[in-house]
Design a protein around this ligand. Sequence first.
Ligand SMILES: Cc1ncc(COP(=O)(O)O)c(C=O)c1O
Length: 186
Amino acid sequence: MPLLWMVLELYQVSLPDLPKDGYDTIPMWVADMNFPTVPSICAAIVERVQHPAFGYFSPSEEYYNAIIKWQEERNGVTGLTKECIGYENGVLGGVISVLNAFSAPGDAILLHSPTYIGFTMSLENNGRKIIHSPLKQDENGVWRMDYEDMDKKIKAHKIHTAIFCNPHNPCGRVWEKWEIESYGSL
Ligand SMILES: Cc1ncc(COP(=O)(O)O)c(C=O)c1O
């Protein structure tokens, strides 16, 4: 039995049908989790709902300290303070905050296509012009960025802001280090 079904059964969640014999589960959307959430997260959610007030809140000191420590230990970023950190409760709000810091309405923004619909709508609603650079398949059928195409479009549209999605949605590519470095240097 696939792990996801075992977890659903454990929590007595109503089960979707198992795949037919000889077939496996196929996650059809990149953002869908087909692995169980770590128990500490489930426990924290359960603890939170014990408190009946679901109003607004301010992030705690622990929240900021965890980010500052992560940046120090993982990325060697020092000197971060609480004031450097903005709270967003979703990815798209974060994307728009960054876009507002680095671009103005009417500016062209580079995105790879096919594109996650959330990016498309957020950009359109905020008056940005979307420039697509289509991904293309290499000789092994792996979706790759087209560096030549991006170079041309960056110059032609005077682009100085881009959205980079990793893992890419939709197509699921987890970009290799050399791909990210080439993209960065471009
Ligand atoms: C690439 C990508 N970014 C952002 C989101 C939105 O994430 P969230 O709802 O966690 O803010 C999704 C959700 O499908 C996504 O696929």
